[in-house]
Design a protein around this ligand. Structure first.
Ligand code: PMP
Length: 419
């Protein structure tokens, strides 16, 4: 029954008719788009195609209502807070640029929400060595500009985080850690980190807690809610939606207290010659015309994952169990496989003596799409002790056959390099 269900869901992805025989194992980079998402893009672009907000005609009102309903759906998908609000951004990267600015700007008034902003200790931002560059570089720029110290949770040679140590508690004693920003799930190893201890420390010390949910939003959405982040950031395109849209989800009163990020039309209350006043959230963060078609697509994608939550979860578990076993027998180094580590099926591996790019190219010759490189995680590569990995990532449309194709593909890579 499970196999039947996953195959029928696979039929919702026209990609496979357009690319017969292709084994797509790069969903951690971007997921394929199911029919309802494609139809939502088409519906807006073909039949509606009008701008939102302030339109006095009915079609504009319809588009505005649709966008606002997707906003509410997005917030509900990622947060149980009654005043949770989704601000649309281009994706996780833009979300972090927004937050890095908003949470370090002297114009933000955050001390009432996060007592660490009142402390006399040196202000700091806590990240981890397994973060994506999107959750590192914006903080480096903001830290330099605003005089924050950057602190990192260490990642070990398997990609696990040392988040429960006395050393971490010590950091909270030495610094006013105003911001903790961590990914719940690694895009390199698929590890779902246990953030509970550091979440607890952040609550005790009054830090703002941010979750990078770029991967977790599709694989473990319930775990995001369990962490109760102050802000959650994700990209629609990894959740079966179109590229160009994602969201920052946070509580409205906190967002209202944050300094504006991009400025222009749509976010102002009053413009005068010398200065302007701004609207409340979410409008204050949404300058300019929004990616309306993509927001329609995001709504369809969230409906799709809600409707198929069980299949998505079960397929993850089935493929992970199957691929774990198969990869073990292959004699390649797979990262993130320490006992007891929670994961979903994203595999970084190294074929001994073969550069990840050669592995990727030889797999491509066999119509298998994987990714090779540092995956925008150079600090993690250093912890793992490699320059690059090959990465195969699975999604709801993949099957055991795809795992078998990967395994025989890797065997072929080993054979070529043995010659
Ligand atoms: N964080 C993580 C964990 C990711 O996997 C990614 C995408 N690979 C990003 C951030 C950045 O997302 P985007 O490129 O969509 O902005």
């Amino acid at each position: 029954l499970f196999v039947y269900m996953s195959h029928s869901l696979r039929d919702s992805f026209p990609f496979f008719q357009a690319n017969p025989g292709l084994v797509y194992l790069d969903s951690a980079a971007t997921a394929l788009k199911p029919l309802p998402v494609l139809q939502a893009l088409q519906e807006y672009n073909t039949n509606q195609s009008v701008n939102i907000h302030r339109g006095v005609y009915r079609l504009s009102q319809l588009a505005t209502d649709t966008v606002e309903s997707v906003r509410a759906k997005t917030a509900r998908y990622l947060s149980d807070a009654p005043d949770a609000l989704a601000v649309f951004v281009k994706g996780t990267t833009e979300g972090f640029n927004l937050l890095a600015h908003a949470l370090t700007s002297p114009e933000s008034k955050l001390a009432d929400f996060f007592p660490a902003y009142r402390s006399d200790k040196p202000p700091a931002i806590l990240l981890s060595e397994s973060e994506h560059h999107a959750n590192i570089v914006p903080w480096q720029v903001a830290a330099k500009r605003s005089g924050y110290k950057l602190l990192y949770l260490r990642a070990d040679a398997d990609g696990c985080l040392a988040s429960q140590s006395a050393e971490v508690a010590g950091l909270f004693d030495s610094y006013a850690i105003r911001i903790v920003s961590l990914s719940l799930q690694s895009n390199v190893t698929g590890i779902v980190h246990d953030l509970s201890a550091v979440r607890e420390l952040a609550s005790q010390h009054g830090s703002a807690f941010i979750v990078d949910a770029a991967q977790a939003a599709v694989h473990v959405p319930a775990k995001i809610k369990a962490v109760q982040p102050d802000f959650t950031v994700f990209s629609g395109h990894k959740l079966f939606s179109a590229t160009g849209v994602g969201a920052v989800v946070g509580r409205k009163p906190v967002l209202d207290a944050c300094a504006v990020y991009q400025t222009g039309g749509g976010m102002i209350a009053l413009v005068e010659h010398e200065a302007s006043t701004y609207l409340e959230a979410p409008a204050r963060f949404e300058a300019g015309t929004q990616p309306i078609a993509e927001i329609y697509a995001l709504g369809a994608a969230i409906d799709f994952v809600a409707q198929h939550a069980r299949e998505i979860h079960d397929t993850d578990e089935r493929l992970r169990t199957y691929a774990d076993e198969k990869l073990k027998t292959l004699g390649v180094r797979v990262f993130g496989m320490s006992a007891g580590t929670a994961r979903s099926p994203i595999y970084s591996f190294e074929v001994a003596g073969v550069h990840a790019h050669d592995t990727g190219t030889l797999l491509d010759e066999q119509d298998i799409c994987i990714r090779a490189g540092h995956h925008c995680c150079q600090l993690l590569m250093r912890s793992l002790g490699v320059a690059a990995t090959a990465r195969a990532s699975f999604s709801v449309y993949n099957t055991e056959d795809d795992v078998d194709r990967l395994i025989s593909g890797i065997e072929y890579v080993k054979k070529i390099f043995r010659k």
